[in-house]
Design a protein around this ligand. Structure first.
Ligand SMILES: [Zn+2]
Ligand SMILES: [Zn+2]
Length: 403
């Protein structure tokens, strides 16, 4: 076996949890059949079981699944058919563009190496990338450009804590993480914003652990509306570090306030599905609700309906709102965007603008946690349990709400 392929396989199936490399399944939500690949920077080799082919910058290579193998062609000729090929960068600053053709999907650019093979009746596309470059790309996907360095550092710790805490999430499939919402948003080399990469490198290897030295569930959301939420009020699972805190920093920002109207008929219909006998309500003012702080329940007659159930049913931006009924219309006056648990991105950005350092921001939103280098965390620390899976799926869902 070619030495380079062997090295890649060792990386992919390595039991060393905290390698400098990480393997990500690309376009994981698609069932790829055909892609075009084009080196755009650096110096790449195409490595097959039969040897190596040097690729030129801007050269277009066509890869197509044929049975259990990959047919490889360039503009002029058929290069061969193999069970597995790898595109391996030689310069350390290599970037390759991948354009899915079947099914069609917008092209993305990736750093470092990519292996292709057929499994699960699809063309698997596995990016073996330097861990810190991957973290930087995730931060860019989740935070956008032109933010403060200290905010990017805080987001780097969150992305790294998730990645290193879930290295075994796709163990049975032969890679660490996928690029979809199931794991964390990764769209490759977007602008590869230099300031984001520098913020990531400035915190290289740093992760957040709880008092039991476990990686925390580093939940975050766009805007808490003035108070973050307790994790048990949103996901039923209590975490000592995911407790409600007052946040005066996000209340003047973009996603701080919102308002929607719902017909009284629809409001009553929903309450009835929760067992509320709305015929007993004699005055529509009984529907009104003005909480102090972040409410957990909406009180009506002798019942309490969890606020999160309204959020889900009416697709509200958050579960933090007051209610005013006027002329057959229910006005929902809301605060914040997202589930409200953990770090509030817009609050954290304001803190960074005021000169807060990333560790102070992290410690404000996650109570009693510690920032340590990954080398101080025992390799047995990665935790996978049902609760975490559940929390992650909601967290990532909210993370999609771009600022
Ligand atoms: Zn995944
Ligand atoms: Zn906030």
């Amino acid at each position: 076996m070619n030495r380079t392929i062997l090295i890649i396989l060792v990386f992919l199936f390595s039991t060393n949890s905290y390698s400098q490399k990480i393997s990500i399944s690309l376009f994981n939500d698609l069932s790829l059949n055909t892609v075009l690949i084009t080196p755009t920077a650096g110096n790449y080799k195409l490595i097959t079981a039969k040897g190596e082919i040097r690729l030129l910058t801007d050269q277009i290579i066509y890869l197509s699944k044929v049975g259990d193998s990959i047919l490889v062609r360039d503009a002029n000729s058929n290069l061969g058919t193999w069970a597995r090929i790898s595109i391996v960068g030689q310069s350390g600053e290599d970037v390759i563009r991948v354009k899915p053709i079947l099914p069609s999907f917008p092209a993305r650019k990736y750093n470092d190496n990519i292996s292709f093979y057929v499994e699960f009746n699809r063309l698997m596309t596995i990016n073996l990338i330097d861990r810190e470059k991957y973290i930087s790309c995730v931060v860019e996907a989740e935070s956008g450009p032109n933010r403060e360095d200290e905010f990017y550092k805080a987001q780097s710790l969150i992305a790294r804590t998730f990645a290193l805490g879930h290295l075994e999430k796709h163990k049975g499939e032969g890679f660490n993480l996928c690029d979809g919402t199931h794991c964390q948003a990764y769209k490759g080399f977007i602008g590869f914003d230099k300031s984001i990469y520098e913020a990531t490198l400035a915190t290289e290897g740093e992760v957040i652990i709880d008092t039991s030295k476990q990686f925390i569930t580093a939940a975050f959301h766009s805007n808490c509306g003035g108070f973050t939420a307790n994790s048990q009020d949103v996901w039923l699972t209590s975490k000592p570090y995911l407790v409600s805190v007052e946040d005066k920093y996000c209340t003047g920002t973009r996603n701080a306030n919102w308002e929607v109207a719902i017909t009284l008929k629809n409001w009553k219909a929903f309450l009835q599905t929760k067992g509320v006998d709305t015929t007993l309500i004699t005055d529509i003012k009984q529907f009104n609700f003005k909480p102090v702080g972040r409410p957990v329940y909406y009180p009506i007659l002798n019942q309490k309906i969890p606020m999160i159930q309204f959020r889900t049913h009416f697709s509200l931006r958050s579960a933090f709102f007051s209610v005013q009924v006027r002329k057959g219309e229910v006005r929902i006056i809301g605060h914040g965007y997202g589930h409200g648990v953990g770090l509030c991105q817009e609050g954290a950005m304001q803190m960074a603008l005021k000169g807060w350092k990333y560790d102070k921001i992290i410690n404000y939103y996650y109570k009693g946690v510690k920032i340590v280098n990954i080398t101080e965390v025992a390799p047995s620390s990665p935790i996978i349990d049902g609760d975490i899976e559940k929390i992650d799926s909601i967290k990532i869902d909210s993370a999609k709400t771009k600022l």
